[in-house]
Every structure is written in C-alpha cells, then in structure tokens.
Design a protein around this ligand. Structure first.
Ligand SMILES: *Cc1c(COP(=O)(O)O)cnc(C)c1O
Length: 381
C-alpha cells in the first residue's frame, strides 16, 4: 500500500477572490500570453499554412532574429542561429559542430548533466571534464589546458539555481563559453561579451511553444562552426550547425519549422522590447522572486530550497515544504482549483513545489499563488 495521502485528494475549494488571474505556473511549456494567441488567430489566414521559403514567414523569422539581437543588445558580429528540435537537439548539434576536442561541463542538475552525457558519448571527442555540485548549489568552472568549450547553464531549471555566465579565468585562448539559457533567456540579465553561444528554446521565458532552438553566437563561435564544418568530421545534416548558419542568414531553417512557435516567440520578444527590454523583463521576474522567496522565508512550513540567496533563481523558484505538508497533495489540490504545474522536478525527489516566475507571469499572480498555498495548507491541517 502507498502512503495515506497518495490517492486521496481532500476536496478543498480555494475562494475565488484568492485565485490568480492565470493559473499557469509551469516551467515549460509555460504560460503563453492570451494577447499573443489572439494576434496569431488574427493573422492566421495569411500566415499559418504558408511556405517557410516565402517572404511572409521569412520576414517573421527575421523579426525573431532581430528581436533577439535587440533584446540581448548583441554586439556587432554576433548572429542568431536557429533550427528545429529544441535545446536537446542543440546539444547534439554542439557535440558535432561546436566542441573541437574536449569540453568542460558544470553539472548541477538534470539539464546540465544531459549535455555532459551527450559529449561523453561522442566517440570523436575526448572525455569531458565535469565539475559537479549537489542539487541546490552550483559548481565553479576550473580552467584546464586542452578544454576548448566550457558548458555553463544560466538557470538549472530542475533545481532553481541560477549563476551568472562568464568567461573562465585562465582558459586556453580561443576556448568558447556555451550557455544553456533555455529557462533564463528573456528573464535574466547577462553580458553577451562574456559568452560565445547563448542558446535556448522558446517555451519558457519566451512564452511560445517548444521544438525550436535558438542560439546567439559570437564571431568566435561562428568561426569554430565554420572550421569544424570544413574538417573531415562527419555531421548529420539535420544537426549541422554550418547548414543552420547558412539557413539562418537567409531567415530560414534547414527543414520545416513550426510557424506558430516562431510567431508566438516574436510576440513575446517584441512585447518585452516595447516594454523596456531585458532589464524590464528581469525586473518583473525580480518582483515575482521577491514575492515567493519573501513568503517562503516568513512561512512556518515553506523554505527556499536553494540556501545561498545569490543562487536563488528569479525565473524558477523551488520551495521545500516541511514533512507535515505533502507537496504532491498541495500541488494536486492547486491543480483541481485551476492552478497547474507547481509539481517539483520529478527526478529531484524532494517534498517541493517548483514555480515559474517567467516574464509572462504576473507578479501579482505569484503573490496570489502564495495566498492560495497558505489557504490549502491551513485547510489540510
Ligand atoms: C527545458 C530545458 C531544457 C530542455 O529543452 P527542450 O527544448 O525540451 O529540449 C534544457 N535545458 C534547460 C536549462 C531547460 O530548462
């Protein structure tokens, strides 16, 4: 038999006046703004179902690439590449087309360990180096001779740990810094001159759908892509970054992309750029973070999982509950009340809630969520 709570969900109704205006707090796919969906519906007749090789869609791809360059204030010479398959496929593309011989991966959760595993499995690369740290903390990069790519993660979505991406002191000349920014891009500040490949997928801060990867690449990263492409390494065409580069420069993808995903990402990026850019989006996430961590710090049953305040993510909050309160029960009661996807990352195995604080999510809704959690917990006890 399972524990007493596992299949019993007490019927707790949260009063309507406590509920957030939108109940989506998942870390991806995450809340898509209704204004963006409405815009898609309004333009669908001329956009959806048209060729990605023709001007209408190529113009949308150019808005996407230019919008990202503006959002990140990319320096001259940086280019935005894109392709199909999301971040996971970009890892494979990077294994083939961005790592020359040996990479170093900072491993501190599920996502960072997956890229490390992909590089480890590649027969044509040397065994990567892998500084690791426990979930809830972050390791530090260590300069090593022979490492030609340092793989960092701006925000470890599985644990809610954020680190500022940057160059590694003492690294070999020409070593690249590649940053998995899937859940950070558009919500956390960073300095683009400190990174060579800042890559992500649009179903998190960019409030779109999955299945696409995007990468802001420095001139050094582009030079690396071109050099490996010209070598005798075999690279499958669908994950060939050289082919992706050629297509991206023409505002296209190698094969057919999901047009709605591109459209919704453009809506979100232009919304953020019009509101005041990345600084505005990040300050909105800061407000949400202040609300959730401030509440947890003051709560008798909730504690921020990440003990070091500087590493507490402002886009993904992980909140431990004490043993008297079963997090899965709380999440399922919230779900029954229309507040979805507050479950913790399954493989982390903690008594925890995980809450997205992405720019599309209203900071006031995060405040409302904390009141709903308080209501559920007091009704349970
Ligand atoms: C969501 C996420 C991924 C996986 O993205 P996919 O597009 O599903 O492949 C990778 N890294 C991080 C940090 C993520 O948050």
């Amino acid at each position: 038999m399972d524990g007493p709570h596992s299949d019993i969900r007490p019927d707790i109704r949260i009063p309507a006046e406590l509920l957030p205006s939108d109940g989506r707090f998942g870390c991806g796919p995450s809340k898509v703004r209704q204004e963006a969906v409405d815009a898609l519906a309004a333009e669908a007749g001329e956009f959806l179902g048209t060729s990605h090789r023709q001007a209408t869609v190529r113009f949308m791809v150019s808005r996407l690439r230019n919008g990202i360059a503006e959002l990140f204030a990319l320096p001259d010479g940086y280019e935005v590449l894109l392709g199909n398959g999301g971040t996971t496929v970009f890892w494979d593309a990077a294994v083939f087309g961005l790592i020359e011989r040996r990479s170093q991966h900072l491993v501190f959760g599920e996502f960072s360990s997956k890229f490390a595993a992909a590089a480890t499995a590649a027969p044509f690369l040397d065994e990567p180096s892998m500084p690791k740290s426990d979930p809830g903390t972050a390791p530090v990069a260590v300069a090593e001779e022979g490492v030609d790519l340092y793989a960092l993660t701006h925000n470890e979505t599985s644990t809610g740990v954020a680190v500022e991406p940057g160059r590694v002191d003492g690294a070999d000349a020409g070593a690249l810094v590649a940053v998995d920014a899937t859940s950070a891009a558009g919500g956390l500040m960073f300095d683009p001159t400190e990174v060579d490949a800042y890559y992500f997928a649009p179903q998190k801060c960019l409030a779109s759908d999955g299945g696409l990867w995007l990468a802001a690449c420095s001139p050094a990263a582009i030079e690396r892509i071109e050099r490996i492409k010209a070598s005798d390494r075999w690279i499958p065409a669908s994950i060939d970054l050289g082919i992706a580069l050629d297509n991206s420069r023409l505002d296209q993808t190698y094969n057919t992309p999901a047009l709605a995903t591109i459209f919704l990402a453009v809506q979100q990026i232009e919304w953020i750029n019009h509101q005041g850019g990345l600084r505005w989006a990040a300050s909105r996430c800061d407000r949400s973070a202040e609300a959730i961590y401030g509440w947890a710090d003051a709560s008798e049953f909730a504690t921020p999982f990440v003990t070091e305040p500087a590493h507490r993510s402002h886009v993904v909050a992980t909140i431990d509950l004490d043993d008297r309160v079963e997090a899965t029960t709380v999440s399922s009661i919230l779900r029954a009340n229309g507040i979805v996807d507050t479950e913790s990352y399954r493989k982390l195995g903690r008594n925890q809630l995980r809450i997205a604080l992405f720019p599309a999510i209203e900071p006031d809704d995060v405040v409302a969520l904390t009141k709903c959690i308080d209501h559920v917990v007091s009704a349970l006890s």
